[in-house]
Design a binder for this molecule. Sequence first.
Ligand code: ADP
Ligand code: MG
Length: 271
Amino acid sequence: STRLPKPDQRRIMTVANQKGGVGKTTSTVNLATALAVQGLRVLVIDLDPQGNASTALGVDHQAGVPSVYQLLLGEIGVADAAATSTQSENLSCVPATIDLAGAEVELVTMVAREARLREALRPAVLDELDYDYVFIDCPPSLGLLTVNALVGAHEVVIPIQCEYYALEGLGQLINNIELVQSYLNPGLNVSTVLLTMYDGRTKLAEQVTEEVRNYFGERALRTVIPRSVKISEAPGFGQTVLSYDPGSRGSMSYLDAAREIAERGTERKTS
Ligand code: ADP
Ligand code: MG
């Protein structure tokens, strides 16, 4: 398959939106796989206790396997926490196990509680493992796990579902991002907005798209992800849509979105 340009520098991208069901996990696993099958080395960090990203990537996340929980505690490093995905040999995933459900509370009393993930992903560690991209899949909240994801990343990817109230709650997310920029991670850049579950037959989808483009400008990818049954079926088979139905519109749209992300590179600084 086609090759994509390697980024000048490794890109760590947090996929965040505190609303549930907007396509964070779906976008994380499919963008990551799309980059990996096109020749780039990619790591996914599953930071949602539900472990849906781990499931879709075919990575074991039963209680007891090495996981992101131990990574946050500093008990193990990325090399030991990451497992190779069934979706591509270029793709690894640090799975989330049920332990992570307690982490939100346990982190509160820990030293450097907002920077545990950044510490685990420090450049020396990732250089050795040679990843081009790291994607972090966030839980649907703005708690300490999401804060860790924002502190540990260079860029934020915001998936927005083409639905009523699509922009509702985004102000709160942007506020949190600005707080993190002010105090903890000044280089953090909201680089990418991705419209998901787009239904071209509806006037609503068109309206939401226009609103999002007005608000986010160039940061909104030209590619939009269509609503597609194939996309939603794939995780049930422990797959991404790219392997479940490679020729489908859903698969093509994630390949296009990944290409856009790769071709935009890292230069653009917007916030
Ligand atoms: P989040 O991680 O933000 O909670 P998910 O990625 O889990 O959201 O998506 C929520 C639900 O919507 C899942 O059941 C998923 O399979 C489905 N879904 C996501 N994207 C699409 C799409 N483009 N078309 C159809 N269903 C989708
Ligand atoms: Mg999710």
